[in-house]
Design a protein around this ligand. Structure first.
Ligand code: PLP
Length: 252
C-alpha cells in the first residue's frame, strides 16, 4: 500500500499494516508522507520524495508478487504521477483507492494539485474508490450523492463505494456504484461515535480481501464486518477519537 504516517497510530500506514496483517496478508508498506498528528487532528504534512517512491515500487515489483494495491494519503501530485506510471507498467493489479483529502478533525491532507491528479490520473486506473460523504461531495462536485457519483463515473471511475460511516441514523449504508451494474447497498448497525482511521481500515481490509482472491463484493462484506468489530473494541489512545482495535483476532 501507499499511505502516510500518522504518528498517533490511528490512521494511515499503521492502520493499513494492522488491517492487512489481521486479514492474513503480507503488507508492503510504501510511505508517501509524514504528518504531525494526534488523535484529534492533523497539524502538518510533508511528502516523501517521489523519486524515492519510484525506486521502492520498482524494487518491490522485481522481487515480490503484488496481488492488490491500496492507496491512502498520497502526499503530493508527483507521488500520484509515479504511482500512475507504475500502474501503467504493471496492469491487472486491483487498486483500492481511499481518496484521502482531510483528517476527521478538518486538517488538510491534499492540496488542489493532488486532488486533481487523483481525479484525472489515478481514479481511472483504480478498481474502486472509497469516499466518505465529505470526500464524495468534494470530488463529485455536488452535495447530492447520486449526482456526485454520476460525475465520478462519467469522469472515468470504474466503481465508487460511497461510505455512510460519517453520516447519521441508526444504520450505516454503504453503496457500491459501478459503470457496469446496478448499485448494491450494505446496511450495518451504527455503533455510534467517531473513530480515527476507519476509512483507511476499511479500504485496507478490502484490498486484503482482493489480494486473497475474494470478489470485490465479498471483500467489501468481509471488510465491513472487520471494521465493525474493530470499532466495537476501540481503544482510548489519546484525548481525541478512539482508535479501532485492528489487532482483534479475525475469522471470516
Ligand atoms: N492517512 C493519513 C496519513 C492520515 O493521517 C489520515 C487521517 O487522519 C487519513 C489517512 C484519513 O483517515 P480516514 O480516511 O480513515 O479518516
Amino acid at each position: 500500500m501507499l499511505s502516510g504516517l500518522d504518528p498517533s497510530g490511528g490512521a494511515g500506514i499503521q492502520a493499513d499494516i494492522q488491517a492487512i496483517t489481521s486479514l492474513g496478508c503480507h503488507p508492503l508498506p510504501v510511505l508517501t508522507c509524514l504528518t504531525v498528528q494526534d488523535t484529534r487532528n492533523v497539524y502538518g504534512a510533508e511528502a516523501v520524495d517521489a523519486g524515492l517512491i519510484r525506486r521502492q515500487l520498482e524494487c518491490l515489483a522485481d522481487d515480490t508478487p503484488i496481488h492488490a494495491i491500496k492507496t491512502g494519503a498520497l502526499g503530493n501530485a508527483a507521488v500520484v504521477e509515479v504511482l500512475v506510471e507504475f500502474l501503467n507498467r504493471h496492469r491487472g493489479i486491483p487498486v483500492i483507492t481511499d481518496p484521502v483529502i482531510k483528517a476527521a478533525g478538518g486538517g488538510d491532507l491534499a492540496d488542489d494539485h493532488l486532488i486533481d491528479a487523483m481525479k484525472t490520473q489515478l481514479f481511472p486506473l483504480a478498481e474502486m474508490i472509497t469516499p466518505n460523504g465529505v470526500e464524495l461531495a468534494l470530488l463529485g462536485n455536488s452535495d447530492d450523492p447520486d449526482i456526485a457519483v454520476d460525475h465520478l463515473l462519467a469522469g472515468g471511475c470504474r466503481s465508487v463505494l460511497a461510505t455512510g460511516g460519517h453520516g447519521t441514523g441508526d444504520r450505516i449504508i454503504n453503496t457500491l456504484y459501478s459503470q457496469a451494474s446496478t448499485p448494491q447497498h450494505w446496511e450495518i448497525e451504527r455503533v455510534g461515535g467517531e473513530y480515527h482511521g476507519t476509512g483507511c481500515t476499511l479500504a485496507a481490509a478490502i484490498s486484503a480481501g482482493r489480494a486473497a482472491g475474494l470478489s470485490a463484493r465479498a471483500a467489501i462484506a468481509q471488510a465491513q464486518n472487520y471494521v465493525q468489530r474493530a470499532i466495537l473494541s476501540a481503544l482510548e489512545v489519546g484525548k481525541g477519537q478512539p482508535v479501532p482495535d485492528r489487532g482483534i483476532a479475525w475469522r471470516s
